[in-house]
Design a protein around this ligand. Sequence first.
Ligand code: RTP
Ligand code: MG
Length: 143
Amino acid sequence: MAIERTLSIIKPDAVAKNVIGEIISRFEKAGLRIAALKMTKLTRQQAEAFYGVHRDKPFFNDLVEYMISGPVVVQVLEGENAIAKNRELMGATNPKEAAPGTIRADFADSIDANAVHGSDRPETAAQEIAFFFKDDEIFPRFD
Ligand code: RTP
Ligand code: MG
């Protein structure tokens, strides 16, 4: 299995709940490594661009307002099958449908404030990583 990278965002509701460490710990325990990490507050322009694929959806404005409502923690996760593994750890978009023990089941309040973002496929992972990090801000495994 190839080593992949994926972009993860701990969203404003989870940062406000003080569970940054608990969420990152789940990634590490599942065998994913933190290859890059920063805390930031998205501008409206950044949030609109990042979620541009949803521009025509009815929930777009609420999504943007929510994503700029507080700081977020953005990470590059690296490891075998990282994209799918992260999505599995996250659980379904709607926390009511998320499997027990997933991040969204345990920490998300609603489909809008749903604790985490994860890239959904290799093409979007590459775009989303480049959106937040320069190459020299990403630290691959060394041993
Ligand atoms: P994400 O991109 O944040 O990782 O979430 P996802 O893949 O599980 O879901 P996606 O379909 O990409 O939707 C992006 C975010 O928009 C909000 N959303 N609200 N009210 C609604 O019906 C609705 N649907 C989606 C969620 O916050 C979702 O994470
Ligand atoms: Mg998505």
